[in-house]
Design a protein around this ligand. Sequence first.
Ligand SMILES: [Zn+2]
Length: 496
Amino acid sequence: MGNWGNSANRSLQSCIRNSLALLLLPLPLGILAYNLDGNRWPNGEATFNVNIPGTAPSGVSWNTAFEDALAQWTDQTEFTFLLNNSTLDPCAGFSNSDDLDGFPDGEGDGLNGVAFGDDVCGNEFGSSVLAITLTIALPGNLGFALIDQTDIVFNNAFNWDVYTGPRRPEVDFRRVALHELGHVVGLDHEDGVSAIMAPSIGDIDVLQPDDIAGANALYGGPGDCEILDLSINSVIENSLSEGDCSVLELYGGGEDTSFVDTYRLNLEADTKLSIMMESSALDSVLLVTDDKLTGIDFDDDSAGKCDALIKGNFPAGEYLILANTYVEPFKCPGNTGSYKMSISDNALPILSKASSVSGATAKSIFHGGATADGGLTYKSSFSSSDVINVTASIQPDAAHVGKPATFYLVALLSTGQKFARTSGGKFVKINKLSSIPAHSQTSSLATEESFSFLKNLQGDALGVSNISASFFVGYSLDSAPGEVYFNGKPITVTIQ
Ligand SMILES: [Zn+2]
């Protein structure tokens, strides 16, 4: 993600000009040169309110011509214009500003409208300007401002008509509408190749390949960046480094040069997910989007200052998960390096880091939490009257499933005492962590193993208060008994 300020972006994209000077430079075929203006609609669509009274001398109504222009963008690009036939003043909520040729004062009305006008909401049209598009966009996370509202005003000072083919003295309303709608979509002027987005009006009267490529770069999904398939209940170890796609490349524009790895996740049913990205090298940033990169969820710091966590219910469908960081190192050591991502559908909170005694790595996911309301909420701080349950579960590395294994449950108290929970449900005091009595054994490790640390414990009933405990659950394969895999981040419980 970019390191961005917070001011709203108010831009005035005027100016398709009524000038004769239109220079087309010869460029090799296949070079597309569209320019993006740094703005993007959050979900690739916009509803335009279109009710322009009157008819062109050719007999085509202004509404029909404008709707034709909307339809060209919708039919030929990944952007979608929706039509509302209500009358809407594009200048509602705007008034003239002192700034000549500047953006009008006011915040508008949050809606997209179009009309002819003698001026731009009180401000002068610039010299030979045929129409102006006003855009208000709000700060976004990924190097784009997110467009909230656009309005188009056509200059009454010109003689308008609707026609196709070479340019005539009258101005063709439809091709100017096409151009202004290109600004609405988020395109800037293009004077290098044939484009409706040329800065001056000419003989082009329909969208050109460059215009279409520009809109599709913004709204067509993840370009040429590699997409890795992801499955639920897995752990990925990867890194962000030189050679990875940047957000700018993934989104086909913008200004965000931070690296990003892109994963595809297919959910066949509605699923409650926990997705965690953790790193000691970079500031983890997680995004969940739809298959067109429209944002659904975002997190930076929920799992700790360099770790990100997204939890929620996701409807069945295809998602993209973006593992990202900052353009400039921010809070954490760097902006490249390795990270670990775990994705789980367990109802318990996901715990950080599968650690092992010997430093061996395993793609196991540990969950656990403490609750006083039957699992509706998990937290770490309780009163002495709360009735507390602490549970944990292990989703072992796929390579471990089916093998004989031994489980260990350990509690470390703030007093310094250490306990192991045995199969009989007793907590046994232990002196050193190198000799922990086993909780239980299995001849075949399941894909998920669940454990209870505390069942209906009430501080008052036991005379316990002002105490904290950290709970760890671990397992070792019987083929390598010294290698214990456990949750690096404990379940913590404090009884006030
Ligand atoms: Zn323009």
